[in-house]
Each structure stands twice: as C-alpha cells, then as structure tokens.
Design a protein. Structure first.
Length: 167
C-alpha cells in the first residue's frame, strides 16, 4: 500500500512540474485569425427567395404535359448551390442549373409535369441547397379532366352530368 501511495505521489509531482509552460503562448496568431475567418464564413448562408412557391396549372386534359419555371433570387451572403431537386413522384421532373448563383443574382428551376391522373392532383418538389434550413419546398397542382381515368361526362338538357356514382 505504501509503494502505491509513493508511486502516485511521484507521478503527481512530475505531472505538476512538467506543465509549468503557458499553453496560450504556444498558439500561433496566424492559426487564430484563420480559424476566425473560417467561423465567419461558416455563418454565411444563401437564401432562396422565390417569386412564388406554389403554382396552379388550372384545368388540363389528362395526358397533357405542362411545365412551369420557378424564379428565385439569392438574397443571402454566400453563393447558392443547389445540390439536388426531387419530386414527390415520377410524373414530375425538376431541372436546375448546377452553376452556383451569386448573392444578389437570380436563378430558375424548371418543373415538368406529365399531366396524368384524375381530379385535383398536387405534387411537391424538394430542393436541397446550402441554405440555413438545407431544404426548400415548391408545390404544383392541376385539375385533370378527361382521359381513361376520368369519369365520363354527359350533356343533358344544357347541363353537364357525371355518370359516376356518388359514394
């Protein structure tokens, strides 16, 4: 027991006497300023400000492809880089420029919809970019009429009637 106490005491004495140097004196000023610049840049984000985040194609015939260009402006402090844009289903295809959009500049995102479906449909496009949130969402919708999936319409006495039964 005495030997263990002696070893711990000697080890503690060596540890205390070997750490007498001031660690702050070992820090290089160039490294401090480089870290400060890096931290300042890390707090800068791009901001995607859209003219509109939703678009309604209105009434379209089943199978009629439509498209819309969503325009945006980078109102942030850093160049905007769109990493990915994904639609909620395969019937909607977003396309975008891979070139960064500088602060104050404008960009476009094209969304194509194949126009298939029945009734009112709504689709979303999720954009992954270097914004503070990391993701932005756009929505499109359309009312699809006609086609094989739609209820046939019958005109009778000047009125349009649906032949589908109500549920």
């Amino acid at each position: 027991m005495k030997k263990i106490l002696l070893v711990v005491t000697v080890f503690s004495a060596l540890l205390v006497t070997s750490c007498k140097e001031n660690a702050a004196e070992k820090v290089k000023e160039a490294n401090v300023s480089e870290a400060a610049n890096r931290d300042a840049q890390a707090s800068k984000f791009a901001i995607m400000q859209f003219a509109e985040k939703e678009f309604d194609f209105g009434e379209i015939e089943n199978g009629t492809p439509v498209e819309h260009v969503f325009k945006f402006k980078n109102t942030g402090d850093a160049p905007l880089v769109i990493v990915d844009a994904k639609a909620s289903c395969g019937c909607t295809v977003p396309s975008y420029s891979k070139t960064p959009v500088a602060p104050g500049e404008e960009g476009e995102l094209l969304v194509k919809f194949n126009g298939r479906g029945k009734g009112t449909v709504s689709k979303t496009v999720t954009i992954t970019a270097n914004t503070k949130a990391g993701k932005e969402t756009l929505k499109i919708k359309a009312t699809i009429k006609g086609g094989a999936n739609a209820s046939p319409l019958v005109k009778q006495g000047g009125k349009t009637l649906s032949t589908s039964k109500s549920k």
